[in-house]
Structure formats: structure tokens, C-alpha cells
Write a protein that binds this ligand. Sequence first.
Ligand code: HEM
Length: 423
Amino acid sequence: MVINEPDLLRDIIVKDFNIFPDHRKFHMGSSKLGQSLFFMAGDTDWKRVRTILSPAFSSGKLRAMLSHIESIGDRFVHTLAPFAKSGETIDIRKYVGAFAMDVISACAYGINISSIDNHNHPMVMNVKRILATDIRIGLMLSIITPGLARLLRAEPFDPKALQYFDELTEQILTERKKFNKYSKSDSEKSDKDLGYDSISDGEPESESKETGIKPSKKSVGKLSYDEMVAQGILFFIAGYDTTSASLTHAIYYLSQHPECQQRLYEELKTCDEFTYEKLVHLKYLNAVINETLRMAPPFLRVFRDCVQDYTLGNTGIKIPAGTSIEIYPYALHRDPKYWSQPNDFIPDRWFEPIHHPYAYLPFGGGPRICIGQRFSINEMQMCLAKLIFAYEFSLAPGFTIDYYKGTIMMTPKQVLCNIKPRN
Ligand code: HEM
């Protein structure tokens, strides 16, 4: 059942969250992803995992991580320099994707992969295999008919690629355990990533090397080994494609609207350095990001499953337990009932917003709102500030945007543009 009326959405995702606590149940095959925050039923286990993960996205952590993001942004600007000089057309999606990949691997795993110059790094190859954007039958079955997928033992994600992350996490956990043992104080431990120190308040419940048996019981305040692996992979799935699609769209819209791009550049010139505090106060930059997420929300569907019979607001409509609710942010964000000139890119509308708060849901809402929202906004702020300060973007002559079909993401195939250096 599709619901796209803001007052009813507020009831479903906030007021009556206890009746709609779950995302849709997909078939997860042999992967551990079922134990990741996104795919967990919204029960006490989900609350425990969300509580453990939340400090990894605190302002202190985000501020510290911004220095990683800034240096990756500087490298990105440097990589584009030859194209600015030669005038050669580039597919900005490819480069923005590499930027987002470098950010998430540095921030989730503490690993520098420099994928802009190293397209064949195993982490890049394996993430791409997991996120394969072409229609995969296993994934489609797992989403549309989880029962049948279970029966057929379909694998929604590439098992070998998942195994890569499994082994990588184990290696990182072992190294961090060794490092932390010899660190004199907490301050010596890494605070520049969403790392495993912050998501576990003690040692992970480790697998026995002898028997290979992993403990299944979890104590309050700790993630099990499998849960840690699952969150690491999820951060890639949830954080890579979403942020890179948004950045690609921002550059696309700014190229279509040179007057907006110029205003953004003028604002950036007033800022002597792009720190956490200063980025928050760049009004036009933030308006551009909000407007991009309104026009092109990366998640085309947000799910809630109903666990008890329910009457929808004062509509008299009865929703039986077991019904899957779908919310379509794209349609909501362009509905003329809630937005004037909904199909036009107008960052100014964000200076004094007048929209219904539940008519804008790029990150979902309520207790299950995207946990990475502030992280991805910081990442977008830094990347756009660096790019637009250094270059002027325009679309390649004759370019029209096209999208991957049959996925729940709004992912452009490519955005071809030309860049010119600023003075
Ligand atoms: C532009 C970037 C992003 C967008 C638009 C986005 C959007 C979303 C949406 C729509 C949801 C579902 C919310 C709901 O059901 O109400 C979600 C959940 C989630 N996102 Fe994001 N996301 C982004 C970036 C990230 C990043 C960078 C991370 C992590 C590093 C992340 C981690 C998660 C997680 C863990 C959940 C599940 C939360 C839960 O079920 O409790 N996301 N995101």
C-alpha cells in the first residue's frame, strides 16, 4: 500500500512507530546483512544496535572525520586539474563515485584506498559487485517475493564479495585489538572514523579460532562479531551510492543553472577555510544540497511493515497487520499540493522553508531515520565547496541524463560535463 500524505506519514513513521517499526523483510540469503541496522526488525535488538552505533555519528566524531574528508576532497580537486586544463569532457559520476568510495572506506574501515587513481583496488571491485546496478535476478526475487527467494536459496548479493568484507573486518578487529592493548589512553585510539572502537564498548565476542564457532548471544552494549561485519558492509551499501548519486545530481543541477553555481561560488569566496562550523553556516551551499535531495532523493522508496491492525488517521481506511507500506519520496517532493514550482531547481526556497515537514523525506523519518544523515551532509558540503571553489562546471553539449532502471535507487548512469578552472 502506498501512502504519500504528510499528516498520515507523520502518524506512521513517528506517532505510531510501535505499529510500523519494521522495514520490509527481504530475503538475505547466506549474507550477514540481515543483522545490519537497516534490515533488522525494529525490535529491542534493533534498539540495542542503534544505541551502540549512534555515538559513531556524534558531532565530535563527525568533526574529527571531516579532516579525512577534506584531504580526500583536495586529492579529488587535484585529480580533475588535467581535465580543466585540456577541456576534455568527463563523466563526473565516475569521479564523484571514487570520492565517495574513498570517504566511506576511510571513515568506516580506516583504510586509504585512493580509488580515484586505483580503480582495481579489491575494495572497489567488491563493493561494485555487491552494488551491481544492473538488474540481478537474485536481488529482484529477494525484494519482490522473499518467500520464493528463500525456497530457491537465491543470493541477493554476491557471496564472494561479502566474504571479502567478512575477512577484512576480522583483520581490522585483530589489528585494533592489538593496537588498543598497547595504547596508553583512549585518546590514542582512532577518533577519525566510524571505527570499531566506537561501536563496541568492549571486545567483540570473538569467534573461536579452534572450532570456528561464532557466539550467537549478544550482551547489552556490545555488537557480536557478525553484527560488526554486517554494519561495516551496510555503511558501504547505504552510504556510497546514496551520497555519490546526490553529489552527481548537485553538479548536474548547478551546471544546468549557471546563475545558481555563480551564487554558490560567491558565497564560498567569503569563507577563508571549510571547517565543520563554517560549512554549517554557508546558507546557499546548504540550500543547494537540500534542493538537490528534494529533486532527486536517492532512495525512491521507504518501507514500513504494519505489525497490528490499524486505522489510518480519520480516513476510516483499515490496514491489516502484515501490510507493507511504501512511501515514495520522489513523488512527495514534487507534489504541487506541498511545493510551488515543484519541478524547478530553486535553492532559495530553503531560506525560509514553508513546506510541511513530512513532505520532505530524503532520509526517511522518525526513530528509523537515516543514521548517516549528518555524515553524508558533511561529506556533500565539503565536496561541493572544494569543487565549486576550484572549477566551473557545464554540461557537455547535447548531454541528457538517463537512469538505471529496476532498482529502488535514483542512480544516474553518467553525467558528462566540462570544467574550467576559476581564477
Ligand atoms: C545522501 C545520502 C543518504 C541518503 C539520502 C540516505 C537515505 C536513507 C533512507 C531513506 C533510509 C531509510 C530511513 C527510514 O526508513 O525512515 C536510510 C537508512 C539508513 N541509512 Fe542512510 N542515507 C544516506 C547516507 C547514509 C550514510 C552515509 C550512511 C552510513 C555511513 C547511512 C546509513 C544508514 C543506515 C544504517 C540506515 C538504517 C537506519 C535504521 O534502520 O535504523 N546512510 N538512509
